[in-house]
Design a protein around this ligand. Structure first.
Ligand code: ASP
Length: 313
């Protein structure tokens, strides 16, 4: 989708589904129903902007797959390499947006803005938040100086390390926890608050293997009464890495820890995160499992997966 307006920079919108493309009532809707051209057409303020739109997938993001990540990363890299493209917007479901954003951050760490957006209500809702979020995302993708993987949601811009869906139903569902947002978008104006995210990109070669043969990395939760049965079963099932979602500051039940140490001894890399939302695991006491630091368990799983892929590449 491209129009003739001269001045504004070209933005590519890649759609993957989610509630932003959903149809139905506020709870009983079906995600991933409406095509990207209709999403754009629902925002009159985008009518005169130079945009291209591409449907990469059409899924409820609770069902996000490694294969879609692989396709999406390739399409993002393709468009980033085009000199005439200033930035990219990705429409996505809210459930796993933070995982896909962290994945692209580590694989591509783009110099141009790659802006995720989403909605908590389908397009058919009286409270539909998708059109404003899409407009904000395009504004951010065209903002001079913006760079890296970002998420524009409910007037806030989150970075890929900190962004997290914190509330299951509220319109203002996303948070960057203790770190806070990277920027605000108010009345069409971007107000940066801290540096744009960047990291050492691993590169597309890291994820070139067929997604169905990517190493298995699982998350195990520490809780009252837990034992090592799940860890032992995962190792037996071929897990190649484990993330332990610890209690408090990344503490792990003694009965679970014994099984995790057996898995480590068998060669599995392990990262230790926390069930507490929106905050980092602080410090690394002697003998503790390696810390996931500021990464949530879901993002630590992506990190471990990418580390395993890059050591095999
Ligand atoms: N289940 C939906 C999804 O993640 C929720 C949403 O987009 O808000 O695709």
């Amino acid at each position: 989708m491209q129009n003739k307006s001269g001045q504004a920079p070209l933005i590519v919108i890649l759609a993957t589904g989610g509630t932003i493309a959903g149809s139905g009532d506020d709870v009983g809707y079906v995600a991933g129903q409406v095509g990207v051209k209709e999403l754009v057409a629902a925002v009159p303020a985008l009518a005169d902007r130079p945009l291209e739109a591409e449907q990469v997938a059409q899924v409820d993001s609770k069902d996000m797959s490694h294969a879609i990540w692989q396709t999406l990363a390739a399409r993002v890299a393709h468009h980033l390499a085009r000199p005439e493209v200033a930035g990219i917007v990705i429409t996505h479901g809210t459930d796993t947006l933070e995982e896909t954003a962290y994945f692209l951050h580590r694989v591509l760490s783009p110099a141009k803005p790659v802006v995720f957006t989403a909605a908590m209500r389908p397009v058919t809702s009286l409270q539909s938040d998708g059109p404003q979020n899409l407009l904000d995302a395009v504004t951010l993708a065209a903002h001079p100086g913006a760079s890296g993987v970002l998420a524009a949601l409910h007037g806030r811009v989150h970075g890929p390390v900190d962004v997290r869906k914190a509330l299951p139903f509220a319109l203002d569902a996303f948070s960057s926890g203790e770190a806070g947002p990277v920027a605000l978008i108010q009345e069409g104006q971007v107000r940066p608050l801290r540096p744009w995210p960047a990291c050492q990109a691993l590169g597309l070669d890291t994820i070139a293997f067929q997604a169905s043969s990517w190493p298995r990395v699982d998350i195990v939760v520490s809780h009252a009464g837990v034992d090592g049965v799940v860890v032992d079963a995962l190792v037996a099932a071929g897990a190649r890495g484990l993330v332990i979602e610890g209690t408090g500051n990344g503490t792990v039940h003694v009965s679970l820890l014994a099984a995790v140490e057996r898995a480590q001894a068998a060669g599995l890399p392990v990262l230790r995160g926390t069930r507490c939302a929106g905050a980092a695991v602080v410090g690394a006491p002697a003998g503790a499992l390696p810390s996931a630091g500021e990464l949530s368990p879901a993002k630590a799983r992506v990190e471990l997966l990418l580390q395993l892929l890059s050591s095999a590449a």
